[in-house]
Structures are given as C-alpha cells and as structure tokens.
Design a protein around this ligand. Structure first.
Ligand SMILES: Cc1ncc(CN)c(N)n1
Length: 222
C-alpha cells in the first residue's frame, strides 16, 4: 500500500461523515438557512486568507521548482472561491462584515500555521491537502447525484468544486504525488506525524461545516 493509499483509507470514515453532514446535504438540495450560509462565508473569508499565507509558507519549504510553480498555481484558485462566496451571498443578500473569527476557525488556522511553520515540507503539504481534496470529493459526488440541477440555487457552487473533464491538471493528484515524494526520506514516526497532520485537518473540515450549522461562537465577548 502506498503512503497516499494509507492516508485515504484512514481518511474515509471522516470523509463519509462530511458527506452526510446536514450542511453538505443542504447544499445538495439547495436548502441551507441564510444565517448558516452567512456564518460560513464570514468564517471562510478568514480561512482562505490564511490558506493563502500557509501556501506561501509551504513554497519556502521546497527546492523543487515544479512544486513551487504548482503551489503558486493552486493559490490562483482563490478567485473561484470568491465566486463561490458570492453565490451564497447572492442567495442571502448579506455583505461580508468581517465577523469575529470563531473558535473552530481559529483552531483550524492555528493548526495550519503550526504544522507548516514547525513541520517538514510533507507536514505543510499534508495540512493543506484536506481542504482541496474534501471539497473535490463533495463536488464530484454531488454532481454524480445530479445535485447541480437548474432548480438548485447552489448549482454553480457545486460545479466550482467539482473536477471538470477539461481540467488540464488534476491538482489533487499532483498534491498526493508531491506528498508521496516529500515523505520518501522520512522515517516511520515522521510519516505517522504527517498522517496525523492530514487527518486533523480533515476533522477540522468536518468541524468547519458543523460550526456553521450550529453558529458556534465564543462564550464571552472580549
Ligand atoms: C474551510 C474550507 N475548506 C476548504 C475549502 C475549499 N478550498 C474552503 N473554501 N473552506
């Protein structure tokens, strides 16, 4: 079994749970309450800014020029993500107000910075990977279910994240390939650390949906 296969096998129970999360099921039917969409977009604005900065940090951890170029290309996807936010905001009529970063957003972004800053190049790749990979799975599976139908106001959102037949590069395949190369010279305990980093990010993905669904806030105003 390759390293990637091992990760994906261990990730499956978390991914299966994300797929049946009420928020994700709501995207499939186009029925998500406005306050949940607004909370999600407000928190995702924080998350995506940090995602870009952690990507920049990851770039500094490799000397492979092809990987550097690819990492910079993945940062370009951010313009599609702004569109994904607009689709949700067009439904609710909300404008981004820079709400306070929630405890779950803070925990996820702290995990990203810590892993990328203190860890190996493989840790940095692993902490970023569940973001793109899990949304790729959501997009692909919702399209397979026919959820991107004209009656669904979130049709375009689903299509942004669904892999397209005419995509020139499969970035998630590249991400796993880069990870495979990055762990090649690590020992078993370092490899396990990389897997833990990945799985923690994936659980944080589940928590991100959950936090929006439950509108989680800090207990105190300070
Ligand atoms: C929290 C989160 N995770 C993943 C994605 C998809 N890039 C996102 N926009 N936000």
């Amino acid at each position: 079994m390759t390293f990637s296969q091992d990760i994906l096998t261990r990730a499956q129970p978390i991914m299966d749970t994300i797929m049946v999360h009420p928020f994700v099921k709501g995207i499939a039917t186009g029925n998500v309450p406005d306050d949940i969409l607004n909370y999600y977009v407000e928190q995702d604005e924080h998350y995506l800014k940090d995602y870009l900065q952690v990507t920049a940090l990851t770039v500094t951890k490799t000397n492979d020029t092809n990987d550097i170029a690819r990492l910079l290309e993945t940062a370009q996807f951010i313009s599609n993500e702004s569109k994904a936010h607009e689709i949700m905001l067009n439904i609710t009529g909300h404008h981004v107000e820079n709400w306070r970063r929630s405890p779950d957003t803070q925990r996820y972004t702290d995990h990203m910075y810590t892993s990328a800053y203190h860890g190996t190049y493989a840790d940095a790749l692993a902490v970023l990977l569940p973001c793109a990979w899990s949304y790729g799975v959501i997009g692909r599976e919702l399209v397979a279910q026919g959820a991107n139908n004209d009656a669904n106001p979130l049709k375009e959102w689903i299509e942004i994240y669904s892999p397209q037949a005419n995509d020139e590069i499969d970035y998630n395949a590249w991400r796993f390939d880069a990870l495979e190369r990055a762990v090649a010279n690590l020992n078993d305990s370092q490899k396990e650390q990389v897997i833990q980093t990945f799985l923690k990010s994936l659980e944080m993905e589940w928590r991100f949906w959950e936090a929006a669904w439950n509108q989680t806030q800090w207990r105190f105003d300070f």
